[in-house]
Every structure is written in structure tokens, then in C-alpha cells.
Design a binder for this molecule. Structure first.
Ligand SMILES: *Cc1c(COP(=O)(O)O)cnc(C)c1O
Length: 380
């Protein structure tokens, strides 16, 4: 039997005690018991997002919360700017297109993140823009955008800022209220080390004012319906009770440990992996790399598909390839959730074995040693 270790940037590995918690008998959701759970979940989500804003839980993948936020925050008469620097950002432009939302894209080369100045320039070029949609950690290219700086600009200009934090919340520093982000989103299957199936949106009062000013052309993803049921810690439709149970279990652990300590560990694993990449004579893909996932450029002469296949079939490490234009060109390793230093060293060891199998020339064990050195330096 092969031991599979998920190194994909979603879904990620789920701790055993969380899996067991989710195996408990189903509670009916119209009960005091469920409301207690929903109330605690709300408080823990506020901690996670570092906010006093209302935090909503959706039964759906991350895209459900993103669609709800985009559609809710851009009623007729408003115009969105989608910062487009990867596959997920492309999806948010597609949401605008699908719902007929007036929007424009700010195209940024893949591998780069957006700065406050990028957003400022785009807003100054078109005074109609009053809603900014940005991906904090663009998982497809592993690029980081400067959300704190972008929020300064949107605050100054009175615009609404929606941030896709699907691979940042719970992995990278996220300070919703301090920075002034209006809607922050995440999903269950990435840094939150849960199975896929839940999405979360923290929505502040400025965003609610905008949402209340118009009609939302959706039923299942209507933020107003979710807000209304939060009066009694209910859900508008049947919630994924088992996943909510799992979420409580994970978020209690995160709070107990302190989210800052998780941010620091994520950075450490990213540093170790980047150091290993260079020691193997390879390149880190992103110019502005995130710490939640690392992309390595596949060296010339190495077959990316075969490499990933060997990693999984022979060594049990499931890593991700590239998406869109990056297909076949990069491989990605997650540093989110239930993954530690020794899993990471193992992944690098397996990578070296797979690379050697393809005849790639490098100094044997150099990657493992480089990663190990980073980890040892940090611990001592
Ligand atoms: C995974 C991911 C999404 C998509 O989420 P789903 O849960 O698949 O709907 C969106 N944005 C980013 C940055 C992601 O990493």
C-alpha cells in the first residue's frame, strides 16, 4: 500500500482527528446544537480573518463565495477592476462576464503580483471603477499581490476591495480590519486542511452598504440571505454539517496555536523549498513568490508529466503541475495546512530521485541538504 502525501495546493492533507470528528453522527441543522456550532464557527472565523466583520459560511467550493461577493458588490451602476495575473484571477473576470457586470481587467504578467501603484494607476485612468477584485496569493503562478498597499488605495478612493484569499487566509499574514479590506474570501481545502466543500466570506459594513444598494441576480449565492440567517446562527439552506464540525475542530487548533505561528512556519517551509530549488540548479518560477506554494521551473530535458507521475506512483508524493500557459513548465509544492518540515524534506528527496531517473544532472542530495540547513538554522 502506497502512503500518499498531498503536496497539491488544494486539496491538502486533513489531520486524522479532524477526519474522525467529521465521521460523527449528523446533527439536524435546525437545532440549538447546530446554532451553537455556527456561533462558535463565526467567532473563530473572525479570528482567522482578523476582523470584526460578519463571516459567512457557504456550502460550495471557494468559487461559490467569490461569485457571491463579486455579484453582490457590483450591482448595476458600479464598475469592477479585476487584477488578472493568473488562472484564478481569470475566473473572477469570467464571473463578471457571466453576470453582465461592467468591468475591466488589469493584466499583469504571470509570476508577478499587483502593487498599490498598479491599482492606483488603473483607477486614475477610469473614474468609473469603484470595485477592485484581487487575488492575494495567485495559486496558479504562485505570485503574491500587495493587499495591504492596494487596500490603502481603495480606502483613499472610497472603492470596495474584494480579496480572494483562498491560498492566503490561514497561511500568510492576513489582517482584514487593519489593512481595510472589505470582503475577504477563502475555501476549506487549502490552508484550512479540510476536505473541499466549504467557502467563507468575511464582509464588512462598507461592503454591506454597497450590497444593500442593489439587487443580486442570484438565489443560492445571495449574501443577503446568508446575513439574514446569521441573526439566529442559522443557514439559509442545508449546511454541510459534517464539514462545519471539521472546520470547528481545525479552527480551534489554529487559534490555540496562534495564527501568527502558522504564518511563520509557512514561510519557513517556503524558504527551505526555494533554497532546495536553487541547490538543485533549478529556478523558482514567480518573481514575487508567495509562501503558501512554491513553483519550480521544470529544467530543460525533463518531462514534467512523467516527473509528477513518478513522484506519485513510485514515491507517493502528489504534487501539482502548471495550469494554462504554464502547463508542462512548472511543478508546484504546497506549504499549507497539515504539512511539516519532514514532509517537505521527504518531497525534496523524492523529487531528487525522480529527477535522477530522468537523467537530470545535479549534485545528489544537494536539495535535501539545502532545505535541511534552512530548517536547522531556524530551529537553533
Ligand atoms: C483553489 C483556488 C480557487 C478556486 O477555488 P475552488 O475551491 O476550486 O472553487 C480560487 N482562487 C485561488 C487563489 C485558489 O487557490
Amino acid at each position: 500500500m502506497k502512503k500518499i502525501r498531498l503536496f497539491t495546493p488544494g486539496p491538502t492533507m486533513v489531520p486524522d482527528d479532524v477526519l474522525l470528528e467529521m465521521a460523527r453522527p449528523i446533527e439536524h441543522h435546525r437545532t440549538g446544537m447546530y446554532r451553537e456550532m455556527a456561533k462558535e464557527l463565526h467567532e473563530l472565523l473572525q479570528y482567522l480573518f482578523q476582523t470584526k466583520a460578519m463571516c459567512l459560511t457557504f456550502t460550495g467550493s471557494g468559487t461559490s463565495a467569490a461569485e457571491a461577493a463579486i455579484v453582490g458588490c457590483t450591482p448595476a451602476g458600479h464598475k469592477a477592476l479585476v487584477v488578472r495575473n493568473g488562472k484564478f484571477a481569470e475566473r473572477w473576470a469570467k464571473v463578471c462576464e457571466t453576470f453582465g457586470i461592467d468591468h475591466q481587467t488589469l493584466d499583469i504578467e504571470w509570476g508577478f503580483g499587483a502593487t498599490g501603484d498598479d491599482v492606483r494607476k488603473a483607477m486614475e485612468a477610469d473614474a468609473k471603477i469603484d470595485t477592485i477584485i484581487v487575488v492575494h496569493s495567485e495559486t496558479s503562478t504562485t505570485a503574491l499581490s500587495d493587499v495591504e498597499a492596494i487596500a490603502k488605495v481603495t480606502r483613499e478612493k472610497g472603492a470596495i476591495l474584494i480579496v480572494d484569499g483562498i491560498t492566503s487566509v490561514g497561511a500568510l499574514p492576513v489582517k482584514m480590519d487593519e489593512w481595510g479590506v472589505d470582503v475577504y474570501l477563502t475555501g476549506s481545502q487549502k490552508a484550512l486542511m479540510l476536505p473541499p466543500g466549504l467557502a467563507f466570506a468575511a464582509v464588512n459594513d462598507r461592503a454591506w452598504e454597497r450590497i444593500d444598494s442593489g439587487k443580486t441576480p442570484t438565489l443560492y449565492n445571495d449574501l443577503k440571505a446568508y446575513r439574514k440567517s446569521m441573526d439566529t446562527f442559522d443557514a439559509p439552506y442545508t449546511p454541510a454539517v459534517s464539514l462545519v464540525r471539521g472546520a470547528l475542530c481545525v479552527l480551534r487548533k489554529i487559534k490555540e496555536r496562534g495564527v501568527e505561528s502558522i504564518w511563520a512556519e509557512t514561510t519557513l517551509l517556503a524558504n527551505a523549498t526555494r533554497s532546495a530549488t536553487r541547490a538543485l540548479g533549478m529556478k523558482v518560477f514567480a518573481t514575487h513568490p508567495v509562501d503558501s506554494v512554491t513553483a519550480m521551473v521544470v529544467p530543460e530535458g525533463v518531462d514534467e508529466g512523467a516527473l509528477r507521475k513518478t513522484m506519485r506512483a513510485k514515491f507517493g508524493f502528489q504534487i501539482a503541475g502548471g495550469q494554462g500557459d504554464l502547463k508542462g513548465k512548472i511543478i508546484r509544492f504546497s506549504h499549507m495546512g497539515f504539512v511539516d518540515a519532514f514532509d517537505t524534506i521527504g518531497a525534496i528527496a523524492a523529487l531528487e530521485m525522480a529527477l535522477e531517473g530522468q537523467g537530470y544532472a545535479f549534485s545528489r542530495s544537494a536539495g535535501v541538504a539545502a532545505a535541511h540547513a534552512v530548517l536547522m538554522d531556524a530551529k537553533n
